[in-house]
Design a protein around this ligand. Structure first.
Ligand code: ZN
Ligand code: ZN
Length: 364
């Protein structure tokens, strides 16, 4: 298996940033050092820590043994509940709306705010920050994003990152956890592939395979991240308790039930399927603006709905870029938040592809 590193570092002028002592445990920049690095314009950065590309490149795994890892029955049951319960919540919500009318603005706000905030936890925290190291931040900021993302109920944070790095290491090839392209040709197989990439892959053993830690050696060094990832169950619980409690404060028991339904189950259903559509839709439908070793596409609908993640061809071409919507009209909410974090001094070493890198991969 080979992995072609992105040109994001190699084709631009790298700026070497010296990590401070103790940086093995996270980005402990002292104020002077941080000021110096954050004053840089957005350029590709190569620091002494391993880059995303280097880590993934090292993760050659025994494909023959791990092509199709099998999940334990208990894990399959847990996954079934995680997929089915939010879906049942949507059915109940639809019937309730049909019977009694609009659920009320507070509950609509719970869906939208809860969905956007927890999804940003995935896109900024799990994905761009932890999986791809697209920017640096304080350790506590990383932990906060991690906790918020965990409330999307998309898996324990570090395992999510490991599975995602595996996706990049063999995207749309044998070993990819959720490619829609690993079935035979033909229309029916394409539908099967899309269903597998959306939901089917969740029931395979990618979440539990023993060598999953191979993909996250850098993240495993941070004991805080490891601990928070182990506490995933608590964040799942909070994900339901918070909207229930808010609903209770609005209109007692009935409000609690409505909060649980709309702010809990329906919001999680929305977050799940928008995220998973990146695995399915954005590897099949859309345009390809840049060369990448897979079938990733830019899909405007997913681009908007998935907080910028639907510009997925851009992302596969430049995996370390903090910005996925590379054109001015490609709306990328996650990038807007990262830019705001940078302005506030909460993000630095923000990686973007150089003009040369963009030009070298542009599809003509
Ligand atoms: Zn992908
Ligand atoms: Zn990625």
């Amino acid at each position: 298996m080979s992995y072609e590193p992105s040109t994001i570092e190699s084709e631009s002028t790298p700026v070497v940033v010296s990590p401070s002592p103790g940086s093995q445990q996270g980005p402990h920049f002292d104020s002077k050092e941080k000021k110096a690095t954050s004053s840089q314009t957005d350029v590709s950065i190569t620091d002494r820590r391993e880059s995303f590309d280097e880590i993934v490149e090292k993760c050659e795994f025994e494909l023959d043994e791990n092509l199709h890892p099998e999940a334990l029955m208990s894990q399959k049951v847990m996954m079934l509940l995680a997929v089915l319960l939010p879906f049942i919540g949507v059915i109940i919500g639809a019937v309730a709306t049909w019977q009694t009318g609009f659920m009320g603005w507070p509950y609509l706000a719970m869906i939208l705010v809860g969905w956007i905030v927890t999804s940003l936890g995935i896109t900024i925290g799990f994905h761009r920050l932890m999986s791809h190291k697209a920017f640096e931040t304080y350790r506590w900021v990383r932990a906060v994003w991690m906790c918020i993302g965990a409330m999307s109920v998309e898996g324990a944070p570090l395992v999510w990152c490991a599975v995602h790095r595996r996706h990049h290491s063999c995207s749309d090839r044998e070993g990819d956890p959720h490619s829609p392209h690993l079935h035979e040709g033909g229309y029916w197989n394409m539908v099967k592939g899309l269903c597998y990439a959306q939901i089917g892959w969740l029931f395979a053993g990618y979440w539990s395979e023993p060598n999953v830690q191979k993909y996250i050696p850098d993240l495993m060094k941070d004991k805080l991240l490891v601990k928070l990832s182990q506490w995933y169950g608590i964040f799942v619980l909070l994900s339901f308790v918070i909207p229930t409690a808010i609903g209770y404060m609005i209109e007692g028991f009935q409000g609690a039930m409505l909060g649980l339904l709309w702010g809990g189950f329906v919001r999680i259903f929305l977050a799940h399927h928008v995220t998973w559509s990146i695995n399915s839709v954005c590897h099949v439908f859309g345009s390809r603006d840049y060369k990448s070793n897979d079938h990733s596409t830019n899909n405007p609908i997913c681009g908007v709905l998935a907080m910028g993640e639907g510009w997925h061809n851009n992302h596969h071409a430049f995996p370390s870029s903090a910005r996925h919507g590379l054109k001015w009209w490609q709306f990328d909410l996650s990038w807007l938040v990262i830019s705001a974090m940078k302005k506030c001094g909460l993000a630095w070493n923000v990686k973007l592809p150089s003009d040369r890198a963009l030009e070298s991969k542009r599809v003509r």
